[in-house]
Design a protein around this ligand. Structure first.
Ligand code: NAP
Length: 309
C-alpha cells in the first residue's frame, strides 16, 4: 500500500519518517508539489493543499491529522465519495480538560482580580462564589467536550452539557438540539465551547446566545473561532452581560495584531494551544486505522459530510 503524508511547516519529514516506522509494510512518502504523483491508496494530512487531491486520483481513504475537519471538507478537489476519518482524542482530550478547568477555576476563584490587586500591592478579600450557584455549561459532548465535562464534574461544579443528540453523562444535566440551547445557556454561569465548526454551529455564540446567559457570565472557546460572532462578544463584554472570556481559537489565526481581543482587559487570548496534536499518539492511531481499513475491518471516527463533523 502507498501512503502520502502532508503536514504544514518544517515537521513534514519527521512526521513522514515516524509514520513509515509504524507502517513498515507500506511505502510512505511526504507530499511534494514537485514530485510525480504517488498514486497513493491513503492520505494522512492536516490542512493539505488542494493540489494534493487534484493530482492523487486513486485515494481510497483520507485520515485527517486533527479532530476538526472543516478545512478538509472545504477542499473542492477532494471527491465527496472518499471516506474521511478524523483523530479521536489521541492525547488531546486530557489537554483540553486541563485548559478548561484552568480557565473555569481562574475565573470562579477571581484569580484575575487578585493578580490585578497584587500588581497594585492591594490586600482585599472578595466575597467567594458558591460552587452550587456556579454551573458550567459545556457545548459539545464528544471526545473533547466529554473529557471537559467529566473533569468539571470531578472538580465539583454543577455541569450542564449541550449536544446535537442527548448524551447521558454521569453528573451532567443533558440538553440537546436547537430547542435545548436557550434553557442550557440560561442556567450556565460559564460556558466552554468544544463544538466543531459546521453550517449549524457557525456563529452560534452570538448576541442572542450571550443574552440568554445569566448577566456577568464567563465564556471559554476552545472549539473554533467562527463559533463566536466577535462583534457580539465584544458588545456583550462592554455591556457586562459577559464579564470575561478566555479564547484559544479565532476566525483568523494568528489573531491579527489590531484585533480588539488582544488588549481587552477582560479577555485572555491563547494561540490555539488548548489541545495540540500529539505526533506519536496521532500517528499510532492513524497507522492502526489505515491497517484496519486496508483489511476491510470497521474503522471508527468516520466523518459524516452531511453533518459536517
Ligand atoms: P466530536 O467527538 O465529533 O464531538 C463533537 C460534539 O459536538 C458532539 O457532542 C456533537 O453532538 C456536538 N455537536 C456537533 N454539532 C452540533 C450542533 N449543531 N448542535 C449541538 N451539538 C453539536 O469532536 P471532538 O473530537 O470533541 O472535537 C470537537 C472540536 O474541537 C473539533 O471539531 C475542533 O474544532 C475542536 N478542537 C480544538 C482544538 C484546539 O486546540 N483548540 C483541539 C482539538 C479539537 P453529538 O454527540 O450529538 O454528535
Amino acid at each position: 500500500m502507498r501512503v502520502l503524508l502532508y503536514f504544514p511547516g518544517s515537521a513534514l519529514q519527521r512526521w513522514t519518517s515516524a509514520l513509515a516506522a509504524l507502517l513498515p509494510e507500506a511505502e510512505v512518502r511526504a507530499w511534494s508539489a514537485d514530485a510525480a504523483p504517488l498514486d497513493a491508496d491513503y492520505v494522512a494530512a492536516f490542512r493539505p493543499p488542494p493540489e494534493l487531491f487534484a493530482r492523487e486520483n486513486r485515494v481510497r481513504a483520507v485520515f485527517n491529522l486533527a479532530a476538526g475537519v472543516e478545512a478538509m471538507l472545504a477542499l473542492p478537489t477532494l471527491e465527496p465519495s472518499i471516506p474521511i476519518y478524523r483523530l479521536e482524542d489521541a492525547g488531546m482530550a486530557e489537554q483540553m480538560a486541563d485548559y478548561a478547568s484552568y480557565a473555569v477555576l481562574r475565573w470562579y476563584r477571581d484569580f484575575d482580580v487578585y493578580a490585578g490587586q497584587a500588581a497594585r500591592s492591594e490586600w482585599k478579600q472578595l466575597k467567594p462564589r458558591r460552587k452550587a450557584d456556579f454551573a458550567v455549561g459545556v457545548l459539545g459532548l464528544g471526545e473533547m467536550g466529554g473529557a471537559v465535562a467529566r473533569r468539571l464534574v470531578a472538580l465539583g461544579f454543577p455541569v450542564r452539557g449541550w449536544s446535537r443528540t442527548r448524551h447521558p453523562l454521569k453528573g451532567v444535566s443533558a440538553f440537546a438540539g436547537p430547542d435545548g440551547l436557550a434553557p442550557f445557556l440560561a442556567g450556565s454561569s460559564a460556558i466552554v465551547a468544544t463544538l466543531p465548526l459546521t453550517a449549524e454551529t457557525r456563529g452560534i455564540l452570538d448576541r442572542r446566545a450571550f443574552a440568554a446567559m445569566p448577566a456577568g457570565s464567563f465564556v471559554v472557546n476552545v472549539g473554533r473561532g467562527d463559533l463566536v460572532v466577535d462583534t457580539d462578544l465584544l458588545e456583550a463584554l462592554d455591556s457586562g452581560q459577559v464579564a470575561g472570556a478566555m479564547l484559544d481559537v479565532f476566525a483568523t489565526e494568528p489573531l491579527p495584531a489590531d484585533h480588539p481581543f488582544w488588549h481587552h482587559p477582560r479577555v485572555t487570548v491563547t494561540p490555539h494551544v488548548s489541545a495540540v496534536t500529539v505526533r506519536d499518539a496521532s500517528l499510532a492511531q492513524v497507522a492502526e486505522k489505515i491497517r484496519r481499513f486496508d483489511r476491510g475491518e470497521p474503522v471508527t471516527g468516520r466523518v459524516d459530510r452531511d453533518r459536517g463533523y
